[in-house]
Design a protein around this ligand. Sequence first.
Ligand SMILES: [Zn+2]
Ligand SMILES: [Zn+2]
Length: 195
Amino acid sequence: MSKLSNIILVPLTTRGVQEYIEELDAEVRGILNEAGLSNIDILVWPDVVKPPMKCFDWTRVQYHAGCLAKHIKDVFQVIGVLDKNVVIGVGYIDGFEHGLNFVFGEALPDQRVAVVFTKRLKPEFYGNHPDYNLYFERLVKEVVHELGHLLGLEHCSGNCVMRFSNSVVEVDEKPKYFCGDCKEKIKRYYMSRTK
Ligand SMILES: [Zn+2]
Ligand SMILES: [Zn+2]
């Protein structure tokens, strides 16, 4: 695989994403720095890339994660972005994968693309009061998690952001940081892509 230089953060919706994007950028950057990846840069895509209707399932009222990831891949491959970067799309929408009622995100590491679905990260989804900070924490964790997959990590059973979460409770229980093992792996992966 070719060189890796940057992470491109792409808003898929205005609502629930764009008002957080600068803070999200800064927070994710801090977590990557903390993991020893100080050379990798995060670029925020200036436009909203709308999820296409072909990926929407009208019966489930959800987007198909694989379809959306592939769409993002197609959009960014055409303009050459994927030659050197990984792309992560973040949308305040709900997503599913075959065999699963919903997913918080999906990564296609071979394609250098991931998506994060944030609809179920909002307390309002569960009938609770809005909570800016709680939503933001969850957003950070899910973005860092999918980014970890794009940087070669698998799921991890440690006290780690790479722990698989099947519910928002499990998202809240895990830290937003990589564990020691994952930090080592991610650094090795990044070095192997920048030589
Ligand atoms: Zn995962
Ligand atoms: Zn870990």
